[in-house]
Design a protein around this ligand. Structure first.
Ligand SMILES: Cc1cc2nc3c(=O)[nH]c(=O)nc-3n(C[C@H](O)[C@H](O)[C@H](O)COP(=O)(O)OP(=O)(O)OC[C@H]3O[C@@H](n4cnc5c(N)ncnc54)[C@H](O)[C@@H]3O)c2cc1C
Length: 461
C-alpha cells in the first residue's frame, strides 16, 4: 500500500486529491517522479465525491473530444465497470449538461485509489498542510503536514497546489485573489418517498412563499431562484444541485465551517416544511453529500491570467497546455440565480501554462479551479474535465522539472506536450512552441477544431 513510507524527500508533492490533484499525482508518478499526495479527507475525488457533484464534464466540444488522458481514463473506466453508457457526444446540439458523465462516487474513488497506487504515489489521507517554506538555494520546498500523530516534515522539489482554494499558495506567501462576492455553494442530496405526478406543486409553492415572507425559509433553500418560490425544481431533481447558499467565502476553515452549518440548517428547514405538505409526508433525505459543494473561493494571481475575452474568443496561448470547454456558468444571487452563456460554435478555449504558475514563484504549480483567471472565465474553467486536464499538465511539468532541475516555467513547451501526449492527453496545436502564424482569433479556434481529429490520431500512436 502506498501509504507514506520512511521517505521524507519527494520530487513532487501534490496537495489535494480532487479532480485536479488525483490526475496530477498519477501523471507525475507514471512519469517516474517520486510523488506524494496529501488529502484532508478520507477519499479521493474532492467535489466529485465528497461534494456529491458526480457528473464530470465536458470532455467533448462540437462533436470532437478535446480533453482525454488520465481524467478521461478514470471516468470512462468507471462507466464501463458499472455497466453505464456514455452520452452521444456526436450530437452537440443539445443542452451542455447532456454531455456530463454520471459516475458512481464509491467506484470512482476506489478506481482513483487503484490508479494512484499503481502509479507508485505515496498517498496520505486525513492530513492537511500546516506550513510550506522555500528551501535555500532553489532546492524546492519544505512542507509541514498536520497528521493525526502530530506535525510531520517532508521536502519536495516541486509542489502542486490542487486544494481548489489556493491554500498552499497563500501559505507560501504567493499572491492570491480573494473576491468580494463568490458564486453560491450547494449541498447536493437525494430525496425520495414521494410521487411527483401526484403533488400539487402550485399549492406547495404558495405555502412556501408564505414561509419565506415570514422569514422562516429562503427561496434559495429550494432552488437557484432568488425572486420567487420554485420548490418544483427541487422536487424534480430530488434535491441534487437544486439549492444555493450565498455570501460565505469558504476558502479557510472558519468560512468552511460557517458554510457547512448554514447548508445543513437550510436543508433541515426545507425538510421540515416539505414533510408538512400533502403528498410529502414520507419524504426522506436518502443521502446528502458529506460536504457542501463549493463553486468558488480564491484563485492565484498567475504569470498569466485567463480573461473572459480570451475564453470566449478561443485564444490559443503560445504556452497552451490543454483545452477547456464549457459555457460561462456564473451562479448569482440575482437574475434567476444563473448566467449561462454558451461559447460560439467552433470555439475551443485553451489554458496557458502561465495560469498555473503563481506570480513570483519557482517550482510551484497550481491545478484545478484555483488557476489564474478572471471571474467569468473561472465560471467555465472550474469544471471537472478542465480541472483534470490542468492536473495532468501540472503533473507532467512537475515531473519534468524535478528530473531536470529546471523550473516548470523554463521547460520547452514542446517537451511538456510530448510527455502529455505519451500519456494520452490532447494538447493544443502549436508549432515550435508558438501558435502557427497568421491565425486570427476565430479562424484560430476553427483551425484547431479541424486539426483535432489528426491530433487524436497522433495521440493514439
Ligand atoms: C454544486 C456544484 C455543481 C457543479 N456542477 C458541475 C458540473 O455539472 N460539471 C462539472 O464538471 N463541474 C461542476 N462543478 C465544478 C467542479 O465540480 C469543481 O470546480 C471541481 O471538481 C474542482 O476540482 P478541484 O480539483 O479544483 O478542487 P476540489 O474538488 O475542491 O478538490 C480539492 C481537494 O483538496 C483537498 N484539500 C483542500 N485543502 C486542503 C489542504 N489544506 N490540505 C490537504 N488537502 C486539502 C480537499 O479535501 C479536496 O479533496 C460543480 C461544483 C459545484 C459545487
Amino acid at each position: 500500500m502506498g501509504s507514506v513510507n520512511e521517505s521524507t524527500h519527494y520530487d513532487v508533492m501534490v496537495v489535494g486529491a480532487g479532480a485536479a490533484g488525483i490526475v496530477a499525482a498519477i501523471q507525475a508518478g507514471r512519469a517516474g517522479a517520486r510523488t506524494m499526495l496529501v488529502e484532508r479527507t478520507g477519499l479521493p475525488g474532492g467535489t466529485t465525491t465528497t461534494g456529491g457533484v458526480n457528473f464530470p464534464g465536458l470532455f467533448h466540444a462540437w462533436g470532437h473530444q478535446v480533453i482525454a488522458g488520465i481524467g478521461w481514463e478514470l471516468v470512462s473506466r468507471c462507466v464501463t465497470e458499472t455497466g453505464g453508457t456514455l452520452p452521444d457526444f456526436a450530437n452537440y446540439r443539445c443542452p451542455h449538461w447532456h454531455h456530463q458523465i454520471l459516475v458512481n462516487p464509491f467506484i470512482y474513488a476506489a478506481l482513483c485509489d487503484e490508479a494512484l497506487l499503481d502509479a507508485g504515489v505515496d498517498v496520505l489521507f486525513h492530513a492537511m498542510i500546516a506550513e510550506v517554506k522555500p528551501q535555500t538555494e532553489d532546492a524546492g520546498w519544505h512542507v509541514t503536514i498536520c497528521t493525526k500523530g502530530g506535525l510531520s516534515s517532508r521536502t519536495a522539489r516541486v509542489v502542486i497546489d490542487a486544494t481548489g482554494d489556493a491554500n498552499l499558495a497563500a501559505m507560501a506567501g504567493l499572491p492570491v485573489r480573494l473576491r468580494e462576492e463568490n458564486q453560491p455553494a450547494t449541498l447536493c442530496c437525494q430525496a425520495s418517498g414521494y410521487n411527483l405526478a401526484e403533488l400539487d406543486i402550485d399549492a406547495i409553492n404558495r405555502a412556501f412563499d408564505i414561509e419565506v415572507r415570514a422569514g422562516r425559509l429562503a427561496y434559495t433553500d429550494a432552488s437557484w431562484n432568488t425572486a420567487g418560490p420554485d420548490v418544483g425544481s427541487w422536487l424534480k431533481k430530488g434535491g441534487s444541485n437544486a439549492s444555493h447558499i450565498h455570501r460565505i467565502n469558504a476558502h479557510d476553515s472558519e468560512g468552511r465551517t460557517q458554510l457547512e452549518l448554514e447548508a445543513r440548517r437550510s436543508l433541515l428547514r426545507l425538510f421540515r416544511f416539505l414533510r408538512r405538505q400533502a403528498g410529502l409526508e414520507d419524504l426522506t433525505i436518502q443521502q446528502a453529500a458529506p460536504e457542501c459543494g463549493v463553486r468558488e473561493t480564491a484563485t492565484i494571481i498567475g504569470k498569466r491570467t485567463v480573461a473572459v475575452e480570451d475564453y470566449q474568443s478561443g485564444r490559443v496561448w503560445d504556452d497552451a497546455v490543454c483545452y477547456s470547454f464549457y459555457p460561462l456558468d456564473l451562479h448569482m444571487p440575482s437574475d434567476g440565480g444563473l448566467k449561462c452563456e454558451p461559447l460560439s460554435e467552433g470555439v475551443v478555449p485553451t489554458v496557458p501554462r502561465g495560469a498555473l504558475l503563481p506570480r513570483g514563484s519557482r517550482n510551484f504549480l497550481v491545478a484545478g479551479r484555483c488557476l489564474s483567471s478572471d471571474r467569468l472565465a473561472n465560471s467555465a474553467l472550474r469544471v471537472q474535465a478542465t480541472c483534470m486536464a490542468t492536473g495532468q499538465a501540472a503533473g507532467a511539468m512537475a515531473a519534468l522539472g524535478a528530473s531536470a532541475g529546471i523550473d516548470p516555467e523554463d521547460l520547452p513547451v514542446g517537451d511538456v506536450h510530448a510527455l502529455l501526449r505519451k500519456h494520452g492527453a490532447i494538447v493544443p496545436l502549436l508549432k515550435h512552441g508558438r501558435v502557427e502564424d497568421g491565425w486570427s482569433l476565430n479562424s484560430e479556434s476553427r483551425r484547431h477544431l479541424q486539426g483535432l481529429d489528426s491530433r487524436l490520431d497522433e495521440n493514439e500512436q
